[in-house]
Design a protein around this ligand. Sequence first.
Ligand code: PMP
Ligand code: GLN
Length: 390
Amino acid sequence: MPSSRVPHLTAKLQGFGTTIFAEMSALATATASVNLGQGFPDSDGPREVLDVAIAGINGGLNQYPPGLGMQVLREAIAAHQHRFYGLDYDPASEVLVTAGATEALAGALLALLETGDEVVVFEPMFDSYAPCISLAGAVTKPVTLRPPHFGFDPDELRAAITPKTRLILFNSPHNPTGRVFSREEVQLVAQLALEHDLLVVTDEVYEHLLFDGAEHVAMAALPGMRDRTLVISSGGKTFSTTGWKIGWLCGPAALVTAARTAKQFLTYVSGAPFQPAIAHGLGLPDSFYAQLAADLQAKRDRLLPGLIEAGFEVFHSSATYFVTVDIRPLQPDGDGMAFCRSLPHRCGVVAIPTEVLYLNKHEGRHLVRFAFCKQLDVLDEAVRRLKTLG
Ligand code: PMP
Ligand code: GLN
C-alpha cells in the first residue's frame, strides 16, 4: 500500500491503495508466472452446477432477480444452514443474497456501524475488512494471530473490547493462515460478545474447505448467539465459481433487514442465472463436499513439502486455499513485500505478502501466503521454480 496521498480520494480510503490481489495477478500475467497469489482455483466446479447457469441464460433468466435474491436460492441457503449446522432461518426474511461475500461484508458493516464505533477483528485479515470498516466511519481494532499456530491471546482479545466496541468480525476457517478456530476459541469469542452485548459478523466462506477431519464450529449455533450473529458465506469457494460472485448472509430478520437496506444501494441485485445454479450446488450430496475437501487436501499435501524443500519455514494449514510461510531462511531481512515483488522476476512464481493483511505491519512483514488451489502439475512447476532460489 502506498503511503503517498491519492488525489481526490476520500480520507476514509487513503492508504488502502490497490488491492494486493489485483497487483499480484497483474504481475503474474505480465511475467507469465505461476500464480499462487490470488486465491482462485484453476479448474471448474461441478458440471451440473455450470449447466444450471447455462440453462438459465438460455432460458431467459437475464433480468434483475428479486431484491432479496431468488427464492430457490434463499430456500437452498436456509436448507444448507439447517443441514450442516442445525440453524433454522426463514428464507423470506432471514436470508439475503449478495454479490459475493464481499458485498455481504460491506452491506453488513455499512448498515450496522456508526461513526466512531470500534470493530474487533483478528489480523491478518481479509483485505476488504479494514476499508469497509473505515468507509462506515468506524475503527478497526486488530488482535494479532501469531505463528506458528496463529492462535490468539485471550487477554489481548479482552483488552481490545472497549465501551465503543460495536461488533466482532470473525473469520473461520481463516484466510490467510488456514487456521480453523477450535470450539473453545469460538466459545470464548461468543462469551465475550454476550458479556459485552456485541454483534458478531462471521465470514465463513471457507466453511467446506477443511482438512484432516477439522470441524467448522458455526458461531451462530452456539447458545445465545443466533440472535446477535450475521453469518456470511459464498458459493465461490465451495463450487469453484469465484467469478460468479454469489454470496449471502443469514441472521435474525432485524439484522438482515438492516444489511439489506445498505446492500440494496450498493448493487441492488446481481447474478440472476448463477443464483439457481448455486442453489443446485448447495443441495449436492455429502459426497460432493467430502470430495471437494479431499481434492484440496491432496493439493495442500503436494505444495507444503515442496515449500519446505525450497527452504521456507512452513506453518501448517488445516483449511482454505492457503498456506503461510516465513521467508527469513531464504531472505534474512524478512521483507516479504520486496520478496513477493521480485519473486516473479527471479523465478516466475507469484505469492501474496501477508503484511498487507495486517494493521500492525511489522507482525506480518516476514510472512508470505501461497495458494494451493491449483492443479498438481502447476504446483509441481511452482515448487521446481522456487527451488532455484536457494
Ligand atoms: N472473505 C474471505 C475470508 C475471503 O477469502 C474472500 C475471498 N474470496 C471473501 C470473503 C470474498 O468472497 P467473494 O468472492 O464471495 O466476494
Ligand atoms: N479471496 C481471495 C484471496 O484471498 C481473492 C479475493 C479477491 O481477489 N478479492 O486471494
